[in-house]
Design a protein around this ligand. Structure first.
Ligand code: HEM
Length: 131
């Protein structure tokens, strides 16, 4: 049997690998790439370190991230399809690179934050409540 080559997310270096690989995929993606580059004109040299700080705070509790992510997203022309793609790419990236409890945490946190963003943006399909 092939030996498991993946380890868990354990260091700041692992966070950088995760973030760099994820945004590498985002930049290859026809749906997401234009939002980052043509709409938001993201300065990657600023965005990537900010995302290292964000994920280090979320996963390791480092408190390195000081920002407020939600308002930046509210202004973007994004729909549920964008979030669905974002989550799929993030989960795929984590699973390609890492395995273990912290990797599971990363997938869960990303999904729940994405879901909160969608709810706050009114993108969530609210079921009709019948009296
Ligand atoms: C459709 C999905 C998403 C798109 C298209 C998107 C796009 C963007 C863009 C364009 C920025 C602004 C970068 C800049 O101005 O420098 C940004 C920032 C950010 N995003 Fe997202 N994002 C998405 C989902 C998410 C999710 C699910 C999370 C969290 C798990 C997240 C976390 C962040 C954070 C922490 C920032 C930095 C905000 C700041 O401090 O300036 N994003 N995103």
């Amino acid at each position: 049997m092939e030996q498991e080559r993946r380890t868990d997310i354990a260091t700041e270096e692992d966070i950088r690998t995760l973030v760099d690989t994820f945004y590498g995929h985002v930049n290859q993606d026809d749906l997401l790439r234009p939002i980052f580059n043509e709409v938001a004109h993201v300065d990657w040299e600023h965005h990537l370190p900010n995302m290292y700080a964000f994920w280090s705070s979320v996963l390791f509790g480092s408190m390195a991230y000081k920002g407020q992510p939600f308002p930046k997203h509210l202004a973007l022309p994004i729909e549920r399809t964008h979030f669905t793609r974002w989550i799929a790419l993030f989960i795929q990236t984590v699973e390609d690179l890492f395995a273990g409890p912290m990797a599971e945490q990363a997938k869960q946190k990303a999904t729940s934050i994405a879901n909160i963003f969608q709810m706050k943006m009114g993108l969530w399909a609210v079921p009709v409540v019948k009296p």
